[in-house]
Design a protein around this ligand. Structure first.
Ligand code: CMP
Length: 140
């Protein structure tokens, strides 16, 4: 196993409920280290750029409205097999299907307001990390 990094976003439903610390605690309890973190407000255009891969999906407009509706916390997580590990820690996209103890089971509200985003592959982790962070922003 190799130490990897992945891009995580704590979404507006979670910042609205002031539970970013609770979510970060789940990452840390599961061996993921927060090596960069910033709270920002995405514009609609930035949300559209970030989720461009979903541009043809029926939920794209709603998704990008939602992601620009309030503050988010963008972060880089580091750990052994961090991409896969973070996907396990987040749980299924739809909180109704997420395993007990996962972030989306604990805190997600519905398939859109599901509290966290995580990169789905090491390749996308590199692309998504570069969207928000310079190498000098990350201290492992
Ligand atoms: P995320 O991991 O951020 O990647 C794309 C997001 O689209 C996903 O989490 C969901 O929050 C959101 N989304 C909204 N509706 C759907 C849907 N029907 N199926 C999958 N993802 C959806």
């Amino acid at each position: 196993m190799a130490v990897e990094r992945t891009l995580s976003i704590i979404k507006p439903d979670a910042t609205a409920r002031n539970i970013t610390g609770k979510i970060n605690a789940v990452f840390e309890e599961n061996g993921l280290r927060i090596v960069a973190q910033r709270r920002i407000r995405l514009t609609k255009q930035q949300a559209e750029q970030f989720y461009a891969v979903h541009a043809e999906r029926s939920f794209f407009d709603e998704l990008t409205d939602y992601m620009s509706s309030g503050p988010v916390v963008v972060q880089v997580l580091e750990g052994e097999s961090a991409v896969l590990k973070n996907r396990e820690v987040m749980g299924a996209t739809n909180p109704a299907n997420a395993e007990e103890g996962t972030i989306r089971a604990l805190y997600g509200q519905n398939v859109q307001e599901n509290s966290v985003h995580g990169s789905d592959s090491p390749e996308n982790a590199a692309i998504e990390t570069a969207f928000f962070f310079a190498a000098t922003d990350i201290a492992g």
